[in-house]
Write a protein that binds this ligand. Structure first.
Ligand code: ADP
Ligand code: MG
Length: 327
């Protein structure tokens, strides 16, 4: 009899976790932390993006390059790290010409300047498949200052940075959806899909305030579920508190069922973190100083485990999709 099919996380747990070094945190966090220069740790992360999965064939090459870097930097932000540099692997079909590469490299140059990083090496191969790009990002953090997924405790509040759902809605807009929106609203959402904003300054400042933290890449409910299981707790989220951009609010006003994109769509690249209620004034100050909104969306509970989303009357909302999974 064939073995049951393993999902993405079961594959990692079964085949890769047994190979992992102690510094890999059991492959249950966003990064590995290894000893660095005196008083610092190196923070290591790799993320790949694939044409047709993470970006569309017609997306501009410079923005593809920026998304590739930024999805990695978002993981460093989620650990309070400061980026240092990156390794780049490109697997390109032969149809990707020099004009594409020139534009791709220009996007990398722009973000190197923006985030103070430089290229450290990589590999260049051809593929018969779609454009496949991988970055391994390296950052540093003060030893012991990285905020892990595993520190949330019952009674903590749950927060997110920025706004949720824009990326997932931007993809829908690019695919011809969201007919009710204005051109400006669509452009805002598409920009959020193509160009994540890694919340590095906020992430760094949250060390010492946040009890647990990660970036949201696979959808709020799925990633909060990962944070909860790493911490051995549950979470209650109030749907009415989820921060929406004006464009996302307009989209949901016209089609309320798009709430599923806010709860479970991918491509947010915002910070998700927990903190004790006493930290609220400090968090408000950090939000003001970094210019990034911080919104309380719910609470950590001892039981039930897992994530519950509640409507305005405290009733549980059923979430149709449980986050993006590759397998
Ligand atoms: P994220 O959403 O932050 O990118 P993932 O959900 O992709 O993280 O991965 C979860 C954890 O599993 C991370 O620690 C990651 O480094 C690890 N991981 C994923 N795939 C592999 C692999 N093929 N080999 C080793 N570790 C992996
Ligand atoms: Mg992550």
């Amino acid at each position: 009899m064939a073995a049951p099919k393993l999902d993405e996380f079961e594959r990692i747990a079964r085949f890769f976790a047994p190979l992992a070094a102690p510094e890999a945190l059991g492959l249950l966090d966003d990064v590995a932390l290894i000893e660095g220069p005196p008083g610092r740790q190196y923070v290591l992360k790799t993320d790949a993006i694939v044409e047709g999965v993470h970006f569309l064939p017609e997306d501009p090459a410079d923005q593809v390059a920026q998304k590739l870097l930024r999805v990695n930097l978002s993981d460093l932000a989620g650990k309070s790290a400061t980026p240092l540099g990156y390794l780049l692997t490109t697997a390109l079909p032969r149809t990707c010409d020099e004009a594409w590469l020139e534009r791709f490299a220009a996007g990398l140059a722009r973000d190197q300047a923006e985030f103070g990083i430089a290229l450290l090496g990589g590999d260049t191969v051809a593929t018969p498949g779609p454009v496949t790009l991988s970055v391994a990002a390296i950052g540093t953090v003060r030893a012991g200052a990285a905020v892990l997924r595993s520190g949330a405790a019952p009674g903590d509040d749950v927060f997110v940075s920025g706004s949720l759902g824009d990326g997932a809605l931007g993809l829908k807009a690019l695919q011809g959806g969201l007919p009710a929106l204005s051109e400006t609203e669509r452009a805002h959402l598409v920009d959020r899909y193509r160009l994540p904003r890694p919340r590095l300054a906020l992430g760094q400042r949250l060390s010492g305030f946040a009890s647990a933290m990660m970036d949201i890449s696979d959808g709020l409910v799925a990633d909060l579920g990962h944070l909860c299981s790493a911490s051995g707790v549950g979470a209650e989220v109030e749907a009415a508190r989820l921060p929406l951009s004006a464009a996302a609010a307009a989209a949901l006003g016209a089609a309320p069922e798009l709430m599923s994109a806010v709860l479970a769509g991918g491509d947010d690249y915002e910070l998700l973190f927990t903190a004790q209620p006493i930290a609220a004034p400090a968090l408000a100050r950090l939000a003001a100083e970094t210019g990034v909104a911080v919104t309380r969306i719910g609470s950590i509970v001892r039981e039930p485990l897992g994530v519950q989303v509640l409507d305005g009357r405290g009733h549980r909302i059923t979430i149709p999709v449980g986050g993006y999974r590759h397998f």
